[in-house]
Design a protein around this ligand. Sequence first.
Ligand code: NAP
Length: 265
Amino acid sequence: MRIGIAGVGGRMGRLLIQVVAAREDAALAGGTVRPGGRVGADLGMLAGIGERGITATDQPAAMFQAAEVVIDFTNPAALATHLDLAARHGTALVIGTSGLSLEQERAIAETARTVPIVYAANFSSGVALLLALVRRAAETLGPEYDIEIVEMHHRQKIDAPSGTAIAMGRAAAAGRGITLEDHMESGRHGHTGKRRDGAIGFAALRGGQVVGEHTAIFAAATEHLTIGHRSFDRRVYAEGAVRAALWLKGKPPGLYGMEDVLGLR
Ligand SMILES: NC(=O)c1ccc[n+]([C@@H]2O[C@H](COP(=O)([O-])OP(=O)(O)OC[C@H]3O[C@@H](n4cnc5c(N)ncnc54)[C@H](OP(=O)(O)O)[C@@H]3O)[C@@H](O)[C@H]2O)c1
């Protein structure tokens, strides 16, 4: 499978190069950097695995043409171009970029009518299972259980709550048969008044180099259920994204998630 990687200068981009290069069933088809970025840098050298003879470009069109699938862990601002190129060249996409707006998520769904796309807030297998468990718990436990979602990430993270926390909120909302948008209570501060009935609350902690910690709390007067997950190494996301890319081979157009890749639905 020929895999292109957008954002090869980034932390995820460099890990993705390592994971793809280590596999026999995958080959690097190219890599991009932001316009004016480290154009011409060898992808292997960027990833610390020695020269591979493929250099970074700021012209994504060539990479989309050469690749069967492109993995995108970059920046929300790059999404529109990547969707456009995927549709134009019939290239499958794996999208890991977080902090996308609802409108951007709709654009992904629209493009997925013509090419297969895996979009996930979190590419770890453990988190895919966590989402299924949160949904099940919300389905099983009644509205007397208040749902709170707590996440902690490294100090460099620029969006909050994390994409995974929002995905957990959506899973809980789906389990309750409600929408997250109508029930989200995030960023409490000052005189907030009492907790809204049926709210799904969020708290985001930032500090140090935490790769990712997520906990869903179902709190009733007589008991609490907590379901949590910790990532110790960002490599778990790169491995999951490459697994998703390989899974896409031969798939019809459509919008898929990690639960599809793992056969959880
Ligand atoms: N879904 C998941 O499982 C998961 C896991 C980890 C991270 N993420 C998300 O993935 C994204 C990247 O994370 P990261 O930690 O790797 O961030 P990062 O280290 O900042 O890397 C992002 C890279 O993308 C580059 N970039 C920006 N615009 C670009 C463009 N138009 N074309 C090509 N490259 C472009 C940036 O270049 P400059 O430095 O020049 O701006 C940077 O090198 C974030 O949204 C993060 O939240 C998702």
